[in-house]
Design a protein around this ligand. Structure first.
Ligand code: FAD
Ligand code: DLZ
Ligand code: SF4
Length: 509
């Protein structure tokens, strides 16, 4: 009998229908899964994220074995574990006397390059399969992008709606007559709203073993390991999806941009970690949401808003990553060079909005989109933090962070470090926006209404200082014409006050 093919399943490929397994015979295949130190420390991931992935990997291996596959699973503390994907492949090829590997294309550029080196390094056949869990292929995105002066998510999203048929009428028109209901998704939340709670899954024996391992090996990584409540199987993830659809989806749209003190999840789904690891299929998630709309359970602004995040933003972000890597990692449009302030690691700051977003990030490995974009991201851009520093922070701190999705969101969307490739203008705001969309300012030491001087909300002066500092680079941007004309109408004295207040604050960082 000839040697078996190794199917290498990576930690974010935990899907039963993963392309590397399609068409394979169980009696001719060994599924290889490995916990390797290099992946946990390529950036020093949040403890909860490592625990989530290791536990989900171990549960997935059991599920595959139950379905009749032979699985060779290498634990992190197993004797002889070399600590890298390549090292573990080399050992497994020898162990199974095999010279054939099949793998679904890695989601990350660095790992793809590693996989591409295997055929030469180990004298074996390497079959890299496309990842068909995404809606657009690399070629489709590149075709769509080629020849366009500007890339904009909205136009790509419409193509994805047409391709999937989601929320389209029988005539092929967008449900309700409009493609996008974003304008209806900006209600600030009142303190008195009833907030659904998200499901929490008590750690079983497998997870408890992983928690011990992670507590020991990665004790000096960022973040709290416990309480650990993430789901770790596709069954858990399905439950989380059902609870979201039943209780939170109907108001997801209205309060998508809202923030409230001590309300960490609001009406968000907290599904990104499951989708990114492969425990939920993104298209099926969207189909369930579209069904909820068809059945009259969720309004159109909620269903469309949610579906747009997945088949619009998530796909668009991935397209940009593969179109622009590896150069994308080094872009720095504003030539920003500030070190990341220490409080990003502790949450210890008088700025209540930042303290809230960072503390919950430390405890949950989660913050919702507006906290990432308009609090931690906005602050870093206004303060002139170096894009690579803030990029690494986002990669470390969130359970859903994989470079392909984290990097364009950070470097492109939140820092505008690509100079407008991904989005049309910087997401910069002063304290006004935060005060309108949250109740954070009510509990802050700073006064959001005060613009300059002692006690003034730092976002106010940083906002104008950022615009003034980068005027040469931004003045041609039509979407900023009004703010720049306000700046120019300000008296010289007022402009000076803003800039001096900003400087005094930045000097304290
Ligand atoms: P919901 O608000 O419930 O949204 C539903 C789903 O839509 C999410 O689960 C996610 O799959 C998808 N989605 C929403 N927005 C985006 C987006 N901009 N890009 C891609 N998918 C999106 N998302 C990640 O998955 N991993 C990251 O590492 C990541 N880093 C980010 C860094 C920054 C600076 C910013 C501004 C955003 C980042 N995002 C990232 C996007 C977004 O913030 C998260 O997907 C979202 O907060 C996850 O929470 P949720 O599941 O409750 O999302
Ligand atoms: C993020 C991560 C971590 C922390 N550990 C592992 C691991 O030990 N084994 C594994 O297969 N995958 C891990 N991952 C996810 C990989 O980094 C992810 O599969 C790649 O980024 C894909 O390119
Ligand atoms: Fe944040 Fe300023 Fe509001 Fe304080 S006053 S919470 S620093 S926006």
């Amino acid at each position: 009998m000839s040697a078996k093919t190794l199917v290498y399943v990576l930690g974010d490929q935990l899907s039963r229908n993963i392309s590397s397994l399609k068409g394979m015979r169980k009696d001719e295949t060994v599924v290889l899964m490995t916990e390797v130190g290099d992946e946990a420390t390529s950036v020093r991931h949040h403890k909860k994220k490592i625990a989530f992935l290791f536990s989900a990997m171990r549960h997935f291996a059991v599920e595959l074995e139950r379905a009749g596959w032979t699985v060779d699973y290498v634990k992190l503390d197993q004797r002889g574990n070399s600590g890298s994907f390549s090292g573990e492949l080399k050992r497994a090829l020898k162990r199974h006397k095999s010279n054939r590997v099949r793998v679904t294309e890695p989601s990350e550029y660095r790992v793809l390059k590693e996989v591409e080196s295997w055929a030469g390094a180990f004298d074996c056949d390497v079959d890299i399969r496309p990842d068909d869990r995404f809606i657009a292929t690399h070629a489709e995105f590149a075709d769509w992008a080629s020849g366009r002066k500007q890339l904009r998510m909205e136009f790509f999203y419409r193509e994805m709606r047409k391709k999937t048929g989601l929320l389209l009428t029988e005539a092929g028109e967008p449900e309700g007559g409009k493609w996008n209901y974003d304008a209806e998704n900006r209600k600030p939340a009142g303190d008195d709203l009833f907030m659904p709670d998200i499901p929490r899954f008590p750690p079983d024996e497998i997870t408890q073993d992983v928690l011990k391992l992670v507590g020991k090996r990665f004790h000096n990584h960022f973040g709290d390991l416990e309480p650990f409540w993430f789901g770790v199987t596709s069954e858990h993830a399905e439950q989380a999806l059902s609870v979201f659809i039943a209780h939170a989806l109907p108001r997801f749209g209205d309060f998508q941009d809202a923030m409230l003190t001590d309300q960490r999840f609001l009406y968000h789904s907290v599904l990104s970690l499951y989708i990114n690891a492969g425990l939920l299929d993104p298209l099926q998630v969207c189909e369930r949401v579209a069904e909820a709309y068809d059945e009259g359970h969720a309004p159109l602004n909620a269903a469309e808003g949610f579906i747009r995040q997945i088949i619009g933003w998530r796909e668009y972000i991935r397209g940009i990553y593969w179109l622009k890597m590896p150069d994308y990692a080094d872009v720095n449009f504003f030539e920003a060079d500030r070190k990341l302030p220490d409080f990003y690691w502790t949450g210890e700051t008088e700025m209540h909005c930042l303290a809230q977003a960072i503390t919950q990030t430390k405890e949950e490995a989660y913050a919702h989109h507006i906290q990432r974009l308009m609090i931690t991201g906005n602050f870093a851009m206004l303060a002139g933090v170096k894009p690579s520093e803030i990029n690494e922070w986002y990669h470390i701190v969130y359970a859903d962070a994989f470079e392909w999705v984290e990097m364009p969101n950070t470097i492109g969307m939140s820092q505008f470090a690509d100079g407008g490739l991904l989005g049309s203008k910087p997401y910069a705001s002063g304290g006004n926006y935060i005060s309108k969309m949250s109740n954070y300012c009510q509990s802050c030491t700073y006064d959001v209404k005060k613009k300059t001087g002692e006690g003034a909300c730092p976002f106010n002066s940083l906002y104008w200082d950022f615009l003034a500092r980068n005027e040469d680079k931004l003045k041609g941007n039509q979407r900023l014409a009004t703010v720049y004309s306000s700046w120019r109408r300000m008296s010289g004295e007022k402009q000076r006050d803003y800039r001096e207040t900003a400087k005094a604050f930045l000097d304290t960082l």
